[in-house]
Ligand binder design. Structure first.
Ligand code: FUL
Length: 514
């Protein structure tokens, strides 16, 4: 197995031209799209170097760049006031009176979210579109006289507003009589086919990890490989999340990601075999079925690499609800997360190399409740104020400033060694308490330890420090005032490529300092 590399040798001649900090000689580098299997005898240093050259697939990169996305949990549970249904509900219960998908999309868009993921079918099996393959759907409900199609309304509203659309289809189905038999896998694939062919481009397909019993008391063996093939065939640009090969569940529903978050993590022997077998058509991602413990604190450290026989690009998604529950409950109207809490979550997810998938559950009317809208608007207003002015744009370090503040991952600062110092000077003292930094992940994730220092009384002082950076890392620290600052890369798996950086002074309304 270990002889089959998914290596793409790429001559990065142009890299030297793109970046003023780079070595000027064209450099030959190996990049491994999505995964690499380590050779039999290889040192830890070499494993680290190889892991630092694993890069995301195009679909994973496009997904990561969205940063902030919206989850909509809506369905029969909304009307029964439950979190999980039974599959025995009367479809007549589904009866929104003022449903407005455009209000959902507007709310998400104004908050800066780039995609909406809709629970097209939850564990109860009730479908929000009129599926040909079951009556347990909106077609049997009084909503729009049984003529409604919520998947259509949400996907149309997304397209109109320029947001991406994504589908959550629960493999667990408490309603379908075939659940627990092979015939259910056919049913599930048929439903996927409906969703993936009738509603335009799909950016993400989300498979929940929950797997319980169906109506006949049996559990289902899901044919994930067949599901993945169906998605790749019909929507090749869609990432497959959670119980899928492209996007990893962060391991908690709290909204708080890891301080050290590697997008490159070891793959099990079984998955390495699958990857090796599927490398031709799928660059290694076609049949990777998640099987590790997503909740472990450490997933990708050097210690983990030491044990590993191969690694995969498998970035983290943080899913969390704006309320205690995933579904709307009137009793939780006063328990909507505050703007400050949402901002804390923002820093702890997007600010820690994860994508944030924030759930906004519409109510029985079919609207996102006023309290939720208000909390979200406030969150966005405060964050906008914090990040309106990148102080590095007024630094006198012209070369670095141009590379690091152009919002382009592919122009980056690259030193000649793994440990390096990036300095900035200001004409006058500046006050700041937030650092944003991004690696050029199009050539891999590399940084293992870094510090932000500022000069005071002729001495360098620590402002803050972190471990991984990855796509994006934001550090919060008590306000400092200085004319000189420097980013010190203390440890890296290969020569780092710092694509973007920013120093900011937080809005006082964040009311959080660390
Ligand atoms: C969980 C489910 O069981 C919840 O109901 C919800 O859908 C959440 C996003 O994932 O596994």
């Amino acid at each position: 197995m270990k002889t089959q590399y998914q290596i793409r040798n790429i001559v990065l001649g142009i890299a030297g031209l793109l970046c003023m900090g780079c070595q000027s000689q064209p450099e030959r580098q190996e990049l491994y799209v999505s995964s690499v299997v380590f050779p039999d005898t290889v040192s830890l240093e070499e494993k680290c170097r190889m892991a630092a050259h694993v890069i995301p697939s195009e679909r994973q990169l496009a997904w990561q760049k969205m940063e902030f996305t919206c989850f909509i949990c809506y369905g029969i549970n909304t009307f029964t006031d439950k979190e999980w249904g039974t599959g025995k509900e009367d479809p007549q219960l589904f009866h929104p009176t003022e449903l407005d998908a455009r209000q959902w999309v507007r709310t998400a868009k104004e908050a800066g979210m780039k995609m909406i993921l809709l629970t097209c079918k939850h564990h109860d099996g009730f479908c929000l579109w009129p599926s040909k393959y079951t009556d347990f759907s909106v077609a049997s409900s009084p909503w729009k006289g049984g003529k409604g199609d919520l998947v259509r309304e949400v996907s149309d509203a997304c397209r109109e507003a320029g947001l991406k659309f994504a589908v959550y289809l629960s493999p667990w189905d408490m309603n379908h009589p075939a659940y627990g038999t092979d015939a259910y896998n056919d049913y599930f694939v048929h439903q996927l086919e409906e969703l993936l062919t009738q509603y335009g481009p799909i950016a993400e397909v989300w498979f929940d990890g929950a797997c319980g019993e169906g109506p006949n008391g049996k559990k289902q063996v899901y044919d994930f490989e067949r599901y993945y093939q169906t998605i790749r065939r019909l929507q090749p640009e869609a990432v497959i999340a959670v119980m899928g090969p492209d996007v990893r569940w962060v391991g908690t529903e709290s909204g708080y990601g890891r301080d050290t978050e590697w997008s490159v993590i070891p793959a099990s022997q079984k998955n390495l075999e699958r990857i090796a077998a599927s490398s031709q058509q799928e660059r290694g991602t076609g049949t990777f079925v998640p099987d590790g413990d997503a909740m472990e604190k450490d997933l990708g450290s050097r210690e983990k690499l030491q044990q590993a026989q191969g690694v995969i690009w498998y970035p983290s998604e943080v899913d969390v609800s704006i309320r205690p529950g995933w579904y709307y409950h009137a009793s939780q109207d006063t328990l909507v997360k505050t703007p400050q809490k949402l901002i804390d979550i923002y820093y702890s997810s997007i600010g820690k190399n994860s994508l944030l998938l924030l759930n906004l559950p519409p109510d029985k009317r079919g609207l996102i409740h006023e309290n939720d809208v208000q909390a979200l608007q406030e969150m966005q207003r405060i964050l906008r104020e914090t990040f309106q002015h990148n102080l590095l744009t007024v630094s006198t370090s012209q070369k670095e400033k141009d590379l690091l503040t152009d919002s382009d991952l592919k122009t980056y600062w690259k030193p000649t060694t793994k440990e390096a110092v990036l300095s900035f000077a200001f004409a006058e003292e500046q006050e700041f308490d937030r650092l944003v930094v991004q690696e050029n992940i199009t050539e891999g994730q590399r940084v293992e330890n870094f510090r932000l220092e500022y000069r005071q009384d002729g001495k360098w002082q620590l402002a803050s420090e972190g471990t991984t950076i990855g796509y994006k890392r934001i550090l919060r620290f008590p306000k400092v005032k200085a004319k000189e600052v420097r980013l010190v890369i203390q440890q890296s798996r290969d020569v780092p490529q710092i694509a973007e950086a920013g120093l900011y002074l937080a809005s006082e309304e964040e009311a959080i300092t660390r």
